[in-house]
Design a protein around this ligand. Structure first.
Ligand SMILES: Cc1ncc(COP(=O)(O)O)c(C=O)c1O
Length: 391
């Protein structure tokens, strides 16, 4: 055999990582319209709690945490997370139902590899979270797309999900609160999708990365953990990145039936061996200790949502289509231009970093995703006038 060795087309056909592309546009901005308003990546615009930084430092200084840990997570964190989730959902979740992962993206990959293989299909709601779509593509898993429509607040209908679940489908993926639209799905819809999954023998895989930013205190996205048989058809994913401001430490979690966790462990052993030890030690302390801080942040993000809605009234050509826990999905006024061109122009020339709708699925060219949670209210207040100057 001669010639250059082949690269995997399932990888080469993917676009460049979306966030990196937008960061490059923002770096090209020279400040002419004022300081950069960064609404691109979903990262909290405030630092981790000082105590959490202390626990991280302490854990990093302990040689015990430099070693490999248990595949499915340190026993202390699994127990603490099970207690935490049990209290949040009013449910009986045990350590054995948890698996700690290196972030929620990896939780998704590990869960999906456990329940689907090449040639199988998974249902995604359009617009989707791009890493879900590309992970499935790399794994040779097909996607069935269910449209979320602006007129319905980007909440998919049960009927459309029903139609998408054909014989080759292994799972329905829902994200609530949603990325990119911010939509919070009604718990009744989630319950109905769960019943559908049970009837059709498929998994409901829910990504609840933004669950700590619901509009009302002490609410959760659904009541599925109250179902006697939740373990037979439900898998939940979570991220510690947003709620604890530690995306760089890479920590996420899966809650699933014990038998599923045992299979997930096989995937996790191969892709990561164990999750990072230092944040596991620190988050074990943070889960119970930082409840008030989490609540303060939830309130802060709600204030930012209010500031965002108020400032957008000053730029009426830019229409909020949906606004929720962390994000707003906004129709831009340049109908004929594709969203990538609009977002690039906004970032490079006007210092407003957003993500183009097209990154979240075809047919999303009319929209931009604005992660208002990234910016403080004073910064957000400068957005409306700056947008209004453009259209
Ligand atoms: C819906 C969703 N899932 C997962 C992730 C990734 O989370 P992590 O940093 O824990 O991998 C994100 C981050 O933006 C997200 O929006």
């Amino acid at each position: 055999m001669t010639g250059a060795p082949r690269l995997n087309p399932a990888v080469t056909r993917l676009t460049v990582p979306p966030i990196a592309a937008v960061q490059a546009w923002s770096r090209a901005y020279t400040g002419q319209a004022g300081p950069l308003i960064d609404l691109a990546q979903a990262v909290p615009g405030y630092p981790p709690h000082a105590d959490l930084l202390g626990w991280l430092a302490q854990a990093a200084a302990d040689p015990a945490n430099a070693g490999y840990g248990a595949i499915t997570g340190d026993a202390q964190l699994r127990a603490a997370y099970a207690d935490h989730a049990s209290a949040r959902y009013g449910a009986d979740i045990q350590s054995e139902h948890t698996c700690i992962t290196a972030g929620c993206n990896q939780a998704f990959v590990a869960a999906v590899m456990t329940i689907a293989g090449p040639g199988d299909s998974v249902v995604l709601v359009d617009p989707f979270y791009f890493n879900h779509d590309s992970s499935l593509g790399m794994l040779g898993i097909h996607t069935e797309r269910v449209a979320g429509h602006a007129a319905d607040g980007f909440v998919p209908s049960l009927e459309s999900i029903q139609q998408a679940v054909h014989a080759g489908v292994r799972a329905v993926v829902l994200i609530s609160p949603n990325n990119p639209t911010g939509a919070v799905y009604p718990p009744e819809l989630i319950a109905a999708v769960y019943r559908l999954c049970r009837q059709r023998g498929v998994w409901l895989l829910m990504d609840e990365t933004y669950r700590d930013f619901m509009a009302a205190a002490d609410t959760v996205p659904h009541a599925l953990f109250a179902e006697d048989d939740w373990q037979s058809h439900f898998i939940q994913l979570y991220s510690f990145s947003k709620s604890y401001c530690i995306p760089g430490y890479r920590l996420g979690a899966i809650i699933a039936g014990e038998k599923v966790v045992q299979q997930v462990a096989k995937v996790v052993d191969n892709v990561q061996i164990c999750s990072p030890r230092v944040p596991q030690v620190a988050i074990t302390k943070a889960l119970p200790a930082l409840a008030d801080w989490r609540e303060d942040n939830r309130r802060e993000i709600i204030k930012r949502a209010a500031a965002f809605k108020a400032t957008m009234t000053e730029a009426p050509a830019w229409q909020i289509q949906s606004v929720g826990a962390y994000f707003a999905y906004v129709a831009h006024p340049f109908g004929a231009q594709d969203s990538v061109a609009v977002a690039e122009n906004l970032a490079r020339n006007h210092g407003i970093a957003t993500l183009p709708g097209e990154f979240f699925g075809s047919g999303q060219n009319a929209y931009l995703r604005m992660a208002f949670a990234n910016a403080d209210s004073n910064t957000i207040r400068t957005l409306g006038p700056r947008l209004a100057a453009l259209a």
